[in-house]
Design a protein around this ligand. Structure first.
Ligand SMILES: [Zn+2]
Length: 198
């Protein structure tokens, strides 16, 4: 029987690397996997999962209209792996939970938990509600505490606190920070502890 897994973290915690490694582990044993990442133009098609260590792989993409069903998978798929899972809709998370338990296919989701404002992504909230197995992937703030939140910076390295949850194609950068640094930077000045994740 399959389970729905959610591996969540702040930015740059190595989620894509872990996903590609998990896919490799299945394939090394002669098992087929189905990989997906979020489409950034809302259309399903093909996309790339790239890790910061240089691994890269072409995979299918999902958009808000994608239906996750056991019958839609190629025959013999032993596991479904999804990157950028914070962009799943709650309905899709429900489909994946069903696929795991009724279809018997384990589903591993990797994604962010909260956005730059500290609010949960809808897909992450649904996964935190339904996933059978939760694991936080650790990464470190520049102050050496555990980073669990994300700060958005503009092109000049200044903190951005308002705006859309997702910006495509802008000059924004993100930095994984601990809650203490997340709130300490509320003075609107240059974000504290620059450099390590810049
Ligand atoms: Zn910190």
């Amino acid at each position: 029987m399959g389970k729905l897994y959610f591996r969540y973290a702040a930015m740059n915690a190595g989620k894509s690397t872990a996903l590609l490694q998990a896919a490799h582990n299945y394939e090394e044993r002669g098992m087929r996997v189905a990989l997906f990442t979020a489409a950034h133009d809302d259309r399903a098609g093909s996309g790339l999962i790239g890790s910061r260590l240089g691994l890269q792989r072409s995979v299918a993409t999902f958009g808000p209209a994608t239906q996750f069903e056991r019958a839609a998978l190629e025959p013999g798929v032993a596991c479904v792996l999804i990157d950028e899972a914070q962009f799943l809709t709650p309905t899709q998370v429900r489909q994946l939970h069903r696929m795991a338990h009724v279809g018997g296919v384990p589903v591993l989701c990797f994604g962010l938990r909260s956005d730059f404002r500290g609010d949960g992504f809808p897909g992450a909230i649904a996964l935190l509600t339904l996933a059978d197995d939760l694991e936080e992937m650790k990464t470190i703030c520049a102050c050496a505490r555990k980073a669990s939140m994300n700060m958005r910076l503009d092109g000049n390295g200044r903190r951005v606190r308002e705006g859309e949850q997702v910006v495509i194609g802008g000059n924004e950068r993100y930095r994984a920070v601990c809650p203490s640094c997340f709130y300490a930077a509320d003075d609107d000045g240059p974000a504290r502890a620059p450099g390590l994740f810049g």
